[in-house]
Design a protein around this ligand. Structure first.
Ligand code: ATP
Ligand code: MG
Length: 723
């Protein structure tokens, strides 16, 4: 697909409230087969331009079109009907930051991504083959089963994380790939290999645009086209190979010293000359109307003795790529090979020597070795332009993929291990039943709602398990269980132990509430950045993610509360009755679910983690103090709080469960008793003493269930507006 941007401007408001123009009328075009480098000093606007091309930043002027259809609202924009038909994944964007789920391995990350993003007609084997293929392409075979990890628990290296980010976007084989600083933080070899991957993708007929910071000359030569920005202005757009000529020609007139990296030189020039002057110089350079770059016209205007065959090749290739016609493509290929014949020697030489004006000058003097051989300067002697679009392999099997070379043998071993692991645990759960696969289909999304829901549930189960069911959490819960068991060990049955029983019931309502709520606060923010990235790349619907999260939270969040309840119930000696035991477990689980949904709501509504902790602490302590356990005489100004807090209902359910209304509790000694009631104390009197909001359990269960639904629904709304 052809990505075109015409006179794009982006305006923002700075923190002081002043309007700020970040991009000042940037134009350019990226065609299938091209790798476009976005170059410029820090703060030049590269990320902003890339975000505008991806449709993630609102543009205030100009237009961005993908195959002629405008991505943004405004003049020339797609109609609502056109937008409905636009696949959301046509433009993939690899952001500068790594946003990955740290609990997953490389294989799992790609496996779940494939389940969400690849259409339902892909069989399990095809999906596996696709994942293997991407692992192999990105050189991730060795770490296929390494967890992404965090700073504290190391997993992938920075370069591997970058490659995994790119790999996720490659799964769907997007026609346009945008990458923001994919090589930052990588060593020279790793950066080269990553750019080689991008060049391979382009060579397969895709369009690639990437921002780069100070590329080495070898790396720079991997790019076919270069777009240079300075302070939001366009100062060069054209073949990467022609930039030296442009710099040395008037009006810039800054020749690149011999054996000097042309990319470094360009950045130095851009910083040395006023960007307004450079921008004006570029604007004055001959171009076709509409600000679109015309390679042939520009190169001719520079006075370069260009190989006409190569220019024709570029033109033909572009036309061919746009029309996708065999005729044009073969014309382009023919023209390219004609140009390439003369260019080959020079391209080889370019691999061993830094490019500089000397190269250009000698080339200009010789028609057989042109300085600006547009479209055939790929140092690996592969024609980057004009190649017919080759779809990435989609249906190759693991075994066929593994027959290529040594690396692939490594991949297939790793993949076999992954296949075995998956066969034992997940594949079935990541896919919806056949009859439901197309449920919720929409042309804008790669997969049906149902498929997204199943895949995201499987992934959420895996990640929640990794972040919630940890040894550390188990140790914490067991410590608390042990201490509580020792304090309240085998309570007596009479009236004298009623207060102690109320104590442990209240304590575990609060403990469950706190751990579930704060558990959601600590795990959800990390997921939110992944959610934002995946949503922006059009991977799935928010509703599918949210329902999947709700579904996966239920079993995972039940494990520890059930375990604690099972232990404490018998160590403390609560009512020895099967119904009461299950009532206790049910209440604890209900409280845990409501608290967790409140945690998700707070986390989704209050984006700042520190603030969400503060909000949650205030809420929980407020609910705790007004619930009636510590004081039954709450001033009217605060007494309403008890009715909106889930601990009140959880606690009263616990009390109803432990103290049946008709049960009688005898006093063992003169000092025994409960809250001034005469002995024997009845269960109904215990109920009265705690001032429950309802006289029976039913309405309290209803209120807790209602709170769960309400918090979850509100959480969805908050996420929708903040995601
Ligand atoms: N929302 C915003 N509000 C105010 N200023 C902004 C905003 N977004 C970007 N900028 C400013 O616009 C300029 C361009 O930002 P951008 O991130 O696009 O630069 P860049 O070329 O990607 O830089 P780097 O190479 O350091 O990543 C910077 O000066 C930045 O501070
Ligand atoms: Mg940037």
């Amino acid at each position: 697909m052809e990505l075109r941007w015409d006179s794009v401007t982006v305006d923002v408001t700075d923190p002081a409230g002043n309007p700020l123009r970040i991009l000042k009328g940037i134009s350019g075009v990226a065609c299938p087969g091209e790798v476009v480098a976005l170059l410029g000093p820090s703060g030049a606007g590269k990320t902003t331009l890339l975000a505008a091309l991806a449709g993630r930043t609102r543009i205030s002027g100009g237009a961005v079109t993908v195959d002629g259809i405008a991505k943004h609202k405004g003049e020339g924009a797609a109609t609502a009907a056109e937008r409905r038909k636009m696949p959301k994944q046509s433009v993939a964007f690899v952001t500068q930051e790594d946003t990955l789920l740290t609990q997953l391995t490389v294989f799992e990350t790609l496996w779940y991504a494939s389940a969400v993003r690849l259409p339902a007609h892909y069989s399990q084997e095809e999906r596996l083959a696709r994942v293997h293929d991407v692992i192999k392409r990105l050189g991730l075979a060795k770490v296929a089963h390494t967890q992404v990890g965090t700073v504290m628990s190391r997993g992938l290296s920075g370069g591997e994380r970058k490659r995994l980010n790119v790999a996720q976007e490659l799964l769907t084989d997007p026609p346009v790939l945008l990458a923001d600083e994919p090589t930052s933080g990588l060593d020279h070899v790793a950066a080269l290999s990553l750019v080689d991957v991008l060049a391979d993708i382009a060579a397969a007929g895709r369009t690639v645009v990437a921002t780069v910071h100070q590329p080495s000359s070898r790396l720079f030569r991997r790019f076919t086209t270069c777009c240079v920005l300075a302070e939001g202005r366009l100062v060069y757009f054209g073949p990467a190979s022609a930039i030296a000529t442009y710099m040395e020609s008037p009006p810039v007139s800054r020749p690149c010293p011999a054996h000097y990296n042309i990319a470094d030189h360009t950045l130095e020039v851009v910083q040395a000359i006023d960007p307004t002057d450079l921008g004006a110089a570029w604007e004055a350079a001959p171009k076709t109307s509409g600000g679109t770059y015309d390679v042939a016209a520009h190169v001719r205007a520079l006075g370069a003795d260009v190989d006409e065959g190569s220019v024709a090749a570029l033109d033909a290739a572009k036309t061919g790529a746009q029309d996708s016609g065999d005729k044009q493509a073969s014309r382009a290929e023919a023209a390219l090979s004609a140009g390439a014949a003369g260019a080959e020697g020079d391209a080889d030489a370019a691999e061993t020597a830094e490019p500089g004006p000397a190269d250009s000058a000698s080339a200009r003097g010789s028609p057989s070795a042109p300085a600006v051989v547009v479209g055939v300067v790929d140092p690996r002697d592969e024609p980057a332009l004009g190649v017919p679009v080759k779809p990435l392999p989609r249906t190759s099997t693991a075994s066929s993929a593994s027959s290529d070379d040594d690396v692939v043998v490594g991949v297939s071993a790793a993949v076999r291990k992954a296949e075995a692991a998956l066969a034992n645990t997940r594949p079935a759960s990541a896919a919806p039943p056949a009859c439901m696969r197309s449920w919720g289909s929409d042309p804008r999304w790669p997969t049906s709602w149902c498929q997204q829901f199943f895949a995201l549930t499987a992934r959420a189960l895996r990640t929640s398990k990794g972040s919630t069911l940890t040894w550390l959490m188990l140790a914490q819960h067991m410590c608390i269980t042990l201490v509580a068991s020792i304090i309240w060990w085998q309570l007596r049955q009479g009236a004298g132990a009623i207060q102690d029983r109320l104590g442990i019931l209240f304590f575990f309502v609060i403990y469950t509430g706190f751990t579930s709520l704060f558990g959601a606060l600590t795990t959800f923010p990390a997921e939110r950045s992944v959610l934002r990235r995946e949503r922006q790349s059009g991977a799935y619907r928010l509703s599918a993610y949210y329902f999947a999260k709700c579904a996966a939270d239920i079993p995972v969040s039940c494990v520890f509360p059930t375990l604690i309840a099972c232990i404490v119930y018998w160590t403390v000696g609560l009512r020895a009755d099967a119904g009461a035991f299950f009532g206790y477990i049910g209440t604890i689980l209900l409280v845990s679910q409501v608290a967790q949904s409140l945690g998700v709501l707070v986390s989704a509504a209050v984006l700042d983690f520190q603030r969400s902790i503060t909000v949650s602490s205030v809420l929980m302590l407020g609910f705790m103090l007004t619930s009636g356990f510590y004081s039954t005489e709450i001033p009217a100004v605060l007494s309403w709080i008890k009715y909106i807090g889930f601990p009140t209902y959880g606690y009263s359910l616990m009390v109803f469960n432990e103290f049946p209304a008709d049960a009688l509790y005898q006093c063992g000694s003169a000092n025994d008793g409960f809250s001034g009631y005469p002995c024997p104390v009845s269960g109904a009197q215990v109920h009265d003493a705690i001032l429950p909001p309802f006289a029976t359990s039913g309405p309290a269960v209803g209120v807790l269930a209602g709170m769960y639904v309400f918090y979850r629904a509100l959480g969805y709304v908050a996420l929708r507006s903040n995601a």
